[in-house]
Design a protein around this ligand. Structure first.
Ligand code: ADP
Ligand code: MG
Length: 613
């Protein structure tokens, strides 16, 4: 006899793996139960990202003694009596498994009281077994406290990620609940600190305003609703002037349930096509109200994914809603008196013009976050004459002469000999491209992309030992409280790069010193990007983050300092650029991955003119 029946408790531990993998899953199940119990006030309190403690308190119906004693057993539910109910069921739970699973892999205390009960009841459950029952004091409602998660399943405990990663999941989940249920008062605490306190509100716009960083509020707008006979799409999204660096803030709700759906997220981003720069994302809450018969919510054990009967139609509706909203926003702006960008904004304008050519509305001063301007903006656009003459130390823009020569022994030796001088200059075309005669044809070189690559490679050497300057007026970056929590463990990263930082209150990061070469960096953007990377990575590896940041700094600096498209160049300047480019590593693409040069082969030209066939 080989086959054995597992003891019920062992079977339960295994089953638990389906629902309970990490703290955020537990919190999701518990909060859903609280909502099902009619709670209007829910407090979520976690320790160490939930690894050492999770407590959910609600003011819902509570349970009487009989219910409380069986609620943590398998297949016990007050929400369904027959399988036929499944389809039309609107409550979260229906499997009666969540609480059983959670209790089987932890030490759980359930404290609960109904309105009619004289006092509350407290149950202590260890690994699914009731170990103690006692009367206690508690308002009407339920508190479920979980400690020692996975104490009896060490294998699973090992799979828990760092507290920061677990915390990130929880704070995202929290925000999803908040936007799905604006009327409920939600509180989120981490390590005994209240990070979010969101009293109930009457509409989604007010709710999202509670969730985002203060300066984002003015970019929020109601989605232009789309309705057809099966579904209605509503929501809140951000205007084109706002972007973030992580995809996590696109919340999709189907009949109030937070779901993940790659195609739907793509549909949202499609609505932003040509409006946001590559690798930047909006903040969006998309609410899909749909006939429950047209959607399957049970394809995933944790009910995180959905399958629509007609997915393409829904996706098109979502894209249409986003597009309509952005168009409406832009036409509002057209009707507003135009604020001309001031010269101080020059660099950002030209930067945008290069990377978002379709964006019709350049940022005006009032549209940018306030902190944006607390930085010493570099005011002189780099024009060719300055590249030669500007040795003035107060301008941080590096020029070719100021930088160490890119031509080094090592770089020289790796170049094949015939590539040493392949160009004969013809001239400049459209004040953007340098035309050269090449052994194999006509070469077009994008002057911005090429110069950007040259500078990027040159900065590599400077970055090794950054020289710092103390700022008379520290730069400030506003953070949300949970973003701060994410960033704090990685502060050494900034230090290593020569930035000195401090916190002013809970949410203001002060930059008190920067590396000399980084004077012109937009710190706010940089810090937000770092936070974006932390959020996007499931496991944060400090080394990778350091590398990423170094690259980002280099790319940002290079982009700002490089000759722009539209800058007229002298023959000498072009020649110099070409000479330097020949000696530059990775010279075929700019740091953003765009090509620096394009060869129109003599053969193709001759074919075009029918000299050859
Ligand atoms: P399901 O939610 O699928 O019914 P659960 O295991 O999540 O299964 O919960 C089992 C039962 O315990 C629920 O049906 C409900 O009756 C009761 N329950 C759980 N949490 C609460 C709560 N916070 N308030 C009131 N009742 C609850
Ligand atoms: Mg449930």
């Amino acid at each position: 006899m080989v086959i054995k029946k597992l003891a019920p408790h062992e079977a339960q531990k295994i089953a638990a793996g389906e629902v309970v993998e990490r703290p955020a899953n537990i919190i999701k199940e518990l909060v859903e139960n609280s909502i099902d119990a009619g709670a209007t006030h829910i407090t979520i309190s976690v320790q160490e990202g939930g690894k050492t403690g999770i407590t959910i308190t609600d003011n819902g119906s509570g349970m009487d003694r009989d219910d409380a004693l069986i609620c943590f057993e398998r297949h016990t539910t007050s929400k369904i009596t027959a399988f036929d109910d499944l389809h039309t069921l609107t409550t979260f739970g229906f499997r009666g498994e969540a609480l059983a699973s959670i209790c089987s892999v932890s030490k759980t205390t359930i404290t609960t009281k109904t309105t009619t009960a004289p006092h509350a009841l407290q149950l202590h459950i260890h690994a699914g077994t009731l170990v103690k029952e006692q009367p206690t004091a508690h308002a009407t409602g339920t508190t479920i406290a979980i400690t020692d998660l996975f104490y009896n399943v060490p294998a699973r405990k090992k799979f828990l990620k760092t507290s920061a990663t677990e915390w990130n999941q929880t704070s995202t989940l929290f925000k999803a609940f908040c936007v799905a249920y604006p009327a409920i008062h939600f509180i989120l605490e981490h390590n005994n600190q209240t990070l979010y306190n969101c009293p109930g509100v009457t509409n989604l716009l007010d709710r999202t305003a509670q969730m985002v960083e203060p300066y984002v509020t003015k970019h929020l707008c109601n989605l232009v609703p789309q309705t057809d006979k099966h579904a209605t799409i509503t929501g809140v999204i951000t205007a084109p002037q706002y972007h973030r660096y992580d995809r996590q803030s696109i919340y999709l709700l189907v009949n109030n349930r937070w779901v993940k759906n790659y195609e739907l997220s793509k549909a949202v981003l499609k609505g932003y096509a040509n409006v946001l720069q590559p690798n930047t994302y909006p903040y969006a809450v998309i609410n899909i109200t749909i006939d429950p018969l047209l959607v399957d919510i049970n394809v995933h054990p944790k009910k995180e994914e959905v399958v629509f009967l007609h997915p393409r139609i829904i996706e098109q509706q979502v894209t249409a809603a986003v597009k309509a909203t952005l168009e409406q926003q832009l036409s509002h702006q057209l009707q507003r008196p135009v604020t001309l960008a001031q010269p101080t904004n020059n660099n950002h304008q030209s930067h945008r013009a290069l990377w978002a050519p379709h964006q019709p509305f350049a940022q005006t001063l009032e549209q940018l976050p306030p902190v944006f301007f607390k930085q010493p903006l570099h005011t002189d656009p780099v024009i060719p004459e300055q590249i030669h003459s500007n040795a003035n130390a107060q301008h941080a823009t590096p020029n070719i002469e100021q930088l160490p020569p890119a031509f080094t022994e090592t770089q020289d030796s790796y170049l094949p000999v015939e590539e040493q001088s392949p160009y004969t200059l013809i001239g400049q075309f459209n004040t953007t491209y340098i035309l050269v005669e090449h052994a194999d044809g006509l070469m077009l070189i994008d002057q911005h992309a090429a110069h950007e690559r040259i500078l990027y490679e040159q900065y590599r050497q400077q970055f090794e030992h950054p020289e710092t300057i103390h700022l008379l007026f520290p730069l400030t970056v506003t953070l949300s409280t949970d973003d701060r929590q994410l960033l704090v463990p990685h502060m050494a990263l900034l230090e290593k790069h020569g930035f000195a930082t401090d916190f002013l209150g809970d949410t203001t990061l002060l930059i008190t010193a920067t590396p000399v070469f980084a004077k012109t960096i937009n710190m706010q953007e940089l810090v937000y990007e770092i936070i974006g990377w932390i959020k996007e990575s499931t496991d944060i590896n400090p080394e990778d983050l350091f590398k990423k940041m170094t690259e980002k700094l280099r790319a940002q600096l290079a982009c700002k300092a490089a000759i722009k498209a539209g800058d007229p160049l002298t023959q000498e300047k072009m020649q110099e650029l070409l000479n330097t480019l020949t000696r530059t590593e990775n010279r075929f693409s700019c740091p953003h991955g765009r090509p620096t040069q394009w060869l129109l082969s003599t053969r193709d030209i001759e074919k075009k003119f029918k000299r050859i066939t």
